[in-house]
Each structure stands twice: as C-alpha cells, then as structure tokens.
Write a protein that binds this ligand. Structure first.
Ligand code: 3IO
Length: 343
C-alpha cells in the first residue's frame, strides 16, 4: 500500500502522455486546415465556362498558398444548367457557374445585357455586366455571394443550311435562349429554347437546324462538322455568373475572401479576352477543317435585320417596370457603360 500513490500518479502520467503530445505541436507554426470547396459547371470541360473555371481555381489555390483547394465538376456531373442557382443556394455544391439566359425571368435585370445594344465583344461585355451588377445588386443574387461575371462574344447564326437573307431564316428551327431567343423570333425563325449542354443532341437528331450563340462552340462542341454555315450578325451576348453558397462564403477567413474579391474583375476581363481570341480562332479553324462558309450581311441588310429588333427593348422595359425596376435608368446606365468601355 505504501507505493500505491506514486504508482497511481505514474500511471496517470503515462496515460496522459499521448494527449499532451498531441496538444503540443512540433514547435512549428500551428497548421491551418485546408479549406476544400466544390465548383460545379454545366458544359463539357473543353468549353469556355470550364476553361475560366480552371483558371480561377489555379489562381485561388496559388494566391492562398494552398490554403484553399477547389475540386471542379464540369459537364453537369454535380449540377445541371438550370439547377445551378438553386443547387448553390441549397449547397449541393459550394460554387457554381450559371448562364442567366436559361432563366430569363429570374435574372431579368442582368439579362438587360442581352438586349440588342451592340456590345462589341466579350471583354467589353464582361466589364459592363460586372459593373451593372455592382451598380444595382439585383435581388436575384441576394441569397448567394457573386464571385465574378462574364459574357460570351456576340452571337452569330450557325446552321446546316445557308442563311443569306431574312427569307432563309423564316420558320427555321434554330436554338437560342434568353435575350438571344427574342432576337431569333424577331427575325422570323422558329426559336427552340434549351441550354447549350443539350444542343449537340438536338443538332444530331435534327430537332434543330442550327443555333444562335458565340462561334467558339463551332470548335469546342465540334458543331462545324454539322453546321457548315455561319451568318455573321454580331448581335447579343449571353451573360454568366459564378456564385457561391452564402454560408460557405461567410465561413471563409478574411484573407481568403480578399483573394477572391480581388480576383473578381480580373477574372471577368481574363475570360473576356480568352473568349474573344478563341471565337476568332475557332472560326478560322472551322473554315480550314470543315470548309465552313462565313456569310457577311451587307450594310443594307444589317439595317433591315436590326430594324426588326426595335420592339425587344420596349418589351423588356415593360417587363422590368412591372417588377418595379427602374427600367429606363438601367438601360441608360447600360448604354453609358458600353460606350465608356468600348473606347
Ligand atoms: C455557352 C454555354 C456553354 C458552353 C459554351 C458556350 N458558348 C456560348 C454559350 C452561351 C450559352 O449559354 C448558350 O446557351 O448559347
């Protein structure tokens, strides 16, 4: 019994030794845990929304020195085109890339960028969209953190049959969404709505005879194999947003938030420049690889085609005013932004 107490104490000491060891790290800096985030995207990995996603991932990982790790999911493997916004709100993924044209009513304000306002290219479009968003902070994005926005290059008609005049487009089944869809209708096409990710099958099965979007898809989806004609209209862009679950954002360290906020405009411009260059390259590639014919409209034709688009603006204004938005002011702001950034 005499030795019981020291024995008990040594036993206690030995028992606690591992615990003490654990709480005393090896004298280096306390290790911060790696933050893992998922990023969902709807089209295939080779397409521009995914190219910009990989670029953003790399930059964030580099600038946070590995504190943040991003796992990307292209091709709708985590969330599909039309589920993106709700999927991020419900945290089925942490980050998601969405095209606003697929839910035109939901993103009414920012979809003003796809009115026929002659945005000249994706770089200007992306800056204008980002600024418009920050000027008005629309309700439709109030449940998420917006990480960046960008647009496509202006849309052109890619088709199986040559479209040289307005007569050629009458009643033709052509695919587009959102603002671009309104334009196809105004020209007399039979507009068919679906996300870009559903379009390869629709073209293959003959559900549509072509599409209206930015021309880099001729290469990235290999549409040039089926669509031997491109009619250059250089009309509207498609607007995109990259959004993050609000709670996941709130939980990030300030230093990480700062990295992402500082990247927002830079990412928009990077994507714009990539898109503009890639659209040009893809058109050249299409001519060389599949002997695609690029059809230019005469100035008179352009005037004639543009005239038909006049009512679209008024329709949008009426719709926006119904939702109590300062519609005319928004359009004016947009026109100023386009002018300023086009210089
Ligand atoms: C687009 C969407 C996904 C992948 C490539 C793309 N190029 C242009 C778009 C624009 C768009 O969303 C669409 O549906 O035409």
């Amino acid at each position: 019994m005499k030795n019981a107490i020291p024995l008990f104490l040594s036993a206690l000491f030995i028992a606690f030794l591992p615990a003490c060891k654990k709480s005393q790290p090896t004298g280096q800096q306390p290790q911060t845990e790696v933050i893992k985030l998922t990023y969902a995207n709807f089209p295939p990995a080779s397409t521009f929304p995914c190219v910009q996603m990989e670029r953003w991932k790399e930059e964030v990982e580099k600038r946070t020195k590995g504190q943040v790790e991003i796992q990307t999911f292209p091709g709708g493997t985590l969330l599909e085109a039309k589920d993106m916004m709700d999927g991020i709100i419900n945290n089925q993924a942490d980050i998601g890339c969405l095209c606003m044209a697929y839910q035109p009513g939901r993103f009414l304000l920012t979809n003003a960028t796809s009115l026929p306002l002659k945005i000249p290219n994706s770089k200007v479009g992306s800056r204008v969209l980002w600024e418009l968003y920050n000027n008005y902070k629309p309700e439709s994005f109030s449940q998420v953190k917006v990480l960046t926005m960008f647009t496509t290059a202006p849309s052109n008609i890619m088709s199986k049959k040559a479209i040289r005049t307005l007569k050629d487009i009458q009643g033709l089944d052509l695919r587009a969404s959102g603002g671009a869809a309104q334009i196809l209708k105004a020209w007399g096409a039979n507009q068919v709505g679906m996300p870009m990710s559903a379009t390869p099958e629709a073209l293959q099965k003959g559900v549509v005879q072509g599409l209206f979007s930015s021309v880099e898809v001729m290469k990235d989806f290999n549409y040039a194999e089926m669509c031997k004609y491109v009619t250059m209209t250089d009309t509207v862009i498609y607007p995109f947003a990259v959004v993050m679950n609000q709670k996941k954002w709130d939980a990030l360290p300030d230093s990480v938030k700062q990295v992402m906020d500082e990247l927002a405009l830079e990412q928009a411009v990077w994507t714009g420049e990539y898109m503009d260059q890639h659209a040009r390259d893809a058109l050249e590639w299409s001519k060389k690889t599949y002997q695609v014919e690029v059809i230019e409209l005469t100035p008179q034709q352009k005037e004639e085609w543009n005239k038909l688009l006049a009512p679209i603006m008024n329709e949008w204004i009426a719709q926006a005013e119904e939702k109590a938005l300062p519609a005319k002011e928004i359009v004016q702001n947009l026109q100023t932004l386009i002018q300023n950034h086009s210089q």
